[in-house]
Design a protein around this ligand. Structure first.
Ligand code: ADP
Ligand code: MG
Length: 266
């Protein structure tokens, strides 16, 4: 479904993606991990052609990037994306936010767009807020609407870029539940998240990046119990330390703490 073949990208002299080779199969759930600045968002954004690449090729749903403008527009309809900061249109109701792209990009009649929107809003538990405006909603509610909006185009792939990082802790689980439900329906998903429990439960494969390179790829059980590189161990130690500050360590966090304990680079 998604193939990266020796992909490179630089911003000026800064190499942000470096020799990326990655194959993602239909229905697979990938969790992309790595320290801040390692290139996760950039990698994600190349999948739906929001970022161009300098070297190599990316094939997504049979289309090779870089492609023509038209091909890239088509691609963005088939690849839904959810961002950290929801990016809902503030002057539009929840319902209109979920209808807009359906009407403009898919040319659906309004009645059909609204029916689809209401169906999806019900699935994310937000049908009762269809008439509300984004600023009247909590962050978790806005993010669930953003997910419904992305699903409204019936994408074949869903990309999530730290979808819970901007949320208050009590709202994280409502968004993760929606993502779990999408995963259970067989969607191909690429998710950047620091929610290690989600990675452990939902991911088929964890991809660990640092400095624009993929350093490790493994099923979550293997990655979390036996990270192979010092960089991955240091990263996991950092995540556990951050979690410890919130005072809410999960059993997995404790396990991770043990895995990384005693490692001098952690
Ligand atoms: P991550 O999502 O892993 O934190 P990013 O992909 O956002 O990393 O960024 C990787 C690197 O590229 C960072 O050093 C960042 O500062 C840089 N970068 C990202 N976008 C741009 C841009 N538009 N212009 C210049 N540098 C950028
Ligand atoms: Mg990022």
């Amino acid at each position: 479904m998604i193939v990266f073949d020796n992909v490179g990208k630089s911003f000026g002299s800064h190499r942000v993606l470096d020799g990326i080779d990655l194959h993602i199969h239909a229905g697979e759930k990938i969790v992309l991990l790595g320290p801040s600045g390692s290139g996760k968002s950039t990698l994600l954004r190349t999948i739906n052609a929001l970022e161009t690449i300098d070297e190599g090729h990316i094939t997504v749903l049979g289309r090779t990037l870089p492609g023509s403008k038209t091909e890239e527009q088509q691609l963005r309809r088939d690849v839904g994306m959810v961002f950290q900061n929801f990016n809902l249109f503030p002057h539009m109701s929840v319902l209109d936010n979920v209808c807009l792209a359906q009407i403009q990009a898919r040319k659906r009649p309004r009645a059909e767009a609204e029916a689809t929107a209401m169906d999806l809003l019900a699935k994310v538990g937000m049908a009762h807020k269809a008439k509300a405006f984004p600023m009247q909603l909590s962050g978790g509610q806005q993010q669930r609407v953003a997910i419904a909006r992305a699903l409204a185009l019936r994408p074949q792939i869903m990309l999530f870029d730290e979808p819970t990082s901007a949320l208050d802790p009590e709202m994280v689980s409502e968004v993760l539940q929606v993502m779990n439900a999408i995963a259970a329906q067989g969607m191909t998903m690429v998710v950047v998240t620091h929610e290690m429990d989600f990675a452990r439960k939902v991911a088929d494969r964890v991809v660990f990046m640092d400095h624009g390179r993929i350093l490790e790829q493994a099923p979550p059980a293997a990655f979390f119990s036996h990270p192979r590189t010092d960089r991955a161990r240091a990263f996991l130690a950092h995540v556990v330390r951050e979690r410890a500050k919130t005072g809410k360590l999960t059993p997995l966090d404790r396990e991770l703490a043990q895995v990384v304990a005693g490692n001098p680079s952690a």
